[in-house]
Design a protein around this ligand. Structure first.
Ligand SMILES: NC(=O)c1ccc[n+]([C@@H]2O[C@H](COP(=O)([O-])OP(=O)(O)OC[C@H]3O[C@@H](n4cnc5c(N)ncnc54)[C@H](OP(=O)(O)O)[C@@H]3O)[C@@H](O)[C@H]2O)c1
Length: 252
C-alpha cells in the first residue's frame, strides 16, 4: 500500500510502543516519518530499521515538555522533510498512583505539561500552516481515562479527558479549512508503558476485556494510520477506541 506516499508525518513518543509501531507502518506505506522522543540512541535504531527496510525517516531527540525544544524540533522536521501533513501527538506519561488527597502538586503539573500542554503547543505551532495549505491531519492519543474516571490517578485522568477536548476543539475550528483532528483511545495495549505486569495481574486485566486479551502496538498503529490517512477524509472530531470492546460494555 502507498497510502502515505510523499506525506510527511511527525510522531511524538515514537521511540517505543504505539508511536514507534505507527512510524514503522506509515514508513512501510511510503510516508516520510519524523520520530520525536527523548532517547537518541533508541530513535537512531528506529530510524535505521526503517531506512534498512527502504523507508524514509529522520528523528530528533527532544523532551516535549520543553516548549522551545519542541518548537525547534517541529521546525527542523519541516525543514528536513517538508511541510507537515500529519501530526501524531502521542507521547505521554502515566504519572503515579496516589489518592487525590496526597497526589503531589508538582507531579500533577508535570503530567498535564507532558500530556496536555505540550500537545497544545505542538498543535498551535503546526495548525496555521496546515490551514494555509488546506490539508492536514492531527491525531492525539487519549486513553480509556479520556472517557472514564479511575481512582488514584488524578493527573492522568484529568490530562486524558482534556486532550480529548483539545482534539475536538481543534477539529471543529479546523474543519472548514480542510484539516481534520481526532483522538485515538488505546485500551490495554502491550507496550513499555504498561510495565512488566506479572501474569496474575495480566490475567485479571484480560478478564475485564471482552476480547479476553490485551491489544498490540501494531493493532493500535493500524487505527492511528487510518485516522492520519486520506481514507479517513470524512472523519473528524471523533474519539476512536482500539480496546477489545472495553468501552462498549459495562466495566464490571
Ligand atoms: N499502552 C497502553 O495500554 C495505553 C493505554 C492508553 C493510553 N496510552 C497512551 O499511549 C501513548 C503512547 O504510550 P505507549 O503505550 O506506546 O507507551 P511507551 O512505549 O512507553 O511510549 C511512550 C512514548 O512517549 C515518549 N515520551 C514520554 N515522555 C516524553 C517526553 N517528555 N518527551 C518526549 N517523549 C516522551 C517515550 O519516549 P522516550 O522515553 O524515549 O522519551 C515513548 O516513546 C501515551 O500517550 C499513553 O498515555 C497507552
Amino acid at each position: 500500500m502507498t497510502r502515505f506516499k510523499d506525506k510527511h508525518i511527525v510522531i511524538t513518543g515514537a521511540s517505543t510502543g504505539i508511536g514507534r509501531a505507527t512510524a514503522d507502518l506509515i514508513a512501510s506505506e511510503g510516508g516520510k516519518v519524523t520520530l520525536l522522543a527523548r532517547r537518541p540512541e533508541i530513535l537512531t535504531q528506529a530510524v535505521e530499521k526503517i531506512q534498512t527496510a527502504g523507508g524514509i525517516a529522520t528523528s530528533f531527540a527532544v523532551d516535549i515538555s520543553d516548549k522551545a525544544a519542541l518548537i525547534d524540533s517541529l521546525d527542523k522536521a519541516a525543514l528536513t522533510q517538508g511541510p507537515i501533513d500529519g501530526l501524531f501527538v502521542n507521547a505521554g506519561t502515566s504519572g503515579a498512583f496516589a489518592p487525590l488527597g496526597s497526589y503531589d502538586d508538582a507531579l500533577f503539573e508535570d503530567v498535564l505539561r507532558t500530556n496536555l500542554i505540550s500537545p497544545f503547543w505542538a498543535i498551535k505551532h503546526v495548525l496555521p500552516t496546515m490551514i494555509e495549505r488546506k490539508q492536514g491531519a492531527i491525531l492525539v492519543t487519549g486513553s480509556l481515562a479520556s472517557e472514564r474516571g479511575m481512582a488514584n490517578n488524578a493527573g492522568y485522568v484529568a490530562s486524558k479527558h482534556a486532550i480529548l477536548g483539545l482534539s475536538r476543539a481543534t477539529a471543529i475550528e479546523a474543519a472548514p479549512h480542510g484539516v481534520r483532528a481526532n483522538c485515538l483511545i488505546p485500551g490495554f495495549i502491550e507496550t513499555p508503558l504498561m510495565g512488566n505486569i506479572d501474569d496474575a495481574i495480566a490475567a485479571q486485566l484480560c478478564s475485564k476485556i471482552p476480547q479476553g486479551r490485551m491489544g498490540s502496538a501494531h493493532e493500535t498503529a493500524q487505527v492511528a494510520a487510518f485516522l492520519l490517512s486520506d481514507q479517513a477524509s470524512h472523519v473528524t472530531g471523533q474519539s476512536w477506541a482500539a480496546d477489545g470492546g472495553v468501552l462498549g460494555g459495562l466495566m464490571v
